[in-house]
Design a protein around this ligand. Structure first.
Ligand SMILES: [Zn+2]
Length: 212
């Protein structure tokens, strides 16, 4: 079967699957246009955090929460990962707070919604909520206790420093105007190295060539 047809079919089939689910990821990989040896990109699709069409660094989802009946001391704490739930209470007399993951998972910010962000403390109940969220949402589901992030950044590194198998893979010399992740894609004997549209020869500056 024609590879192009297979890709189109995969992307069409993908619309019927749950966004970010395993079937969705598998079909994305089949439909993917990166070169076959670019396993890094495929690994990122497999383990990345899916958000609106892209696969980012794995991390926990933000947690919105509020107190039922605005009672901070007793009763239910209502939680959601979905901002739509927060918007749904617009106009009602409820106030949401958020554990907001930023910086690719490096920072958690605490905030009130609907006002300026002001400092606030966490009560014991909120600390318990925070610990549970951090353990199950961030560490377990979001990061697979580190494995998921390790895989993702392994893939990212491989994708950036992509090497074509059996190709020359030389990189432009320092100061030639090229980058150290540009690996020459040419196979066999050649005088001029090439990475995508960039070419360079020995003791020459990198040149850009129009698409052939
Ligand atoms: Zn070369």
């Amino acid at each position: 079967m024609n590879i192009e047809k297979t890709r189109t079919k995969a992307m069409r089939l993908r619309r019927k699957t749950r966004e970010g689910g395993i079937a969705y990821r598998a079909l994305t990989i089949i439909g993917d246009r990166h070169p076959w040896y670019d396993w890094g990109h495929r690994l990122m699709i497999l383990v990345g955090e899916h958000r609106t069409g892209s696969f980012d660094a794995p991390r926990g989802r933000d947690l919105w929460y509020r107190f039922a009946d605005e009672n901070e001391a007793h009763g239910q704490i209502i939680t959601t990962h979905d901002y739509a739930d927060v918007r749904a209470t617009d106009g009602q007399d409820v106030s949401w707070r958020i554990f907001d993951v930023q910086d690719e998972g490096g920072t958690v910010k605490l905030g009130f919604w609907g006002e300026r962000i002001t400092h606030y403390g966490l009560s014991r109940r909120e600390l318990a909520l925070f610990r549970r969220w951090d353990l199950w949402e961030c560490r377990a589901r979001g990061e697979w206790f580190g494995l998921r992030r390790w895989l993702y950044f392994k893939g990212l590194h491989a994708a950036v420093y992509l090497k074509r198998p059996f190709a020359c893979n030389a990189v432009p010399p320092m100061g030639s105007g090229g980058y150290s992740h540009w690996h020459c894609e040419v196979r066999g004997k050649h005088d001029t190295h090439r990475y995508r549209n960039y070419t360079w020869a020995r003791a020459e500056r990198v040149r850009y060539e129009e698409v052939r």
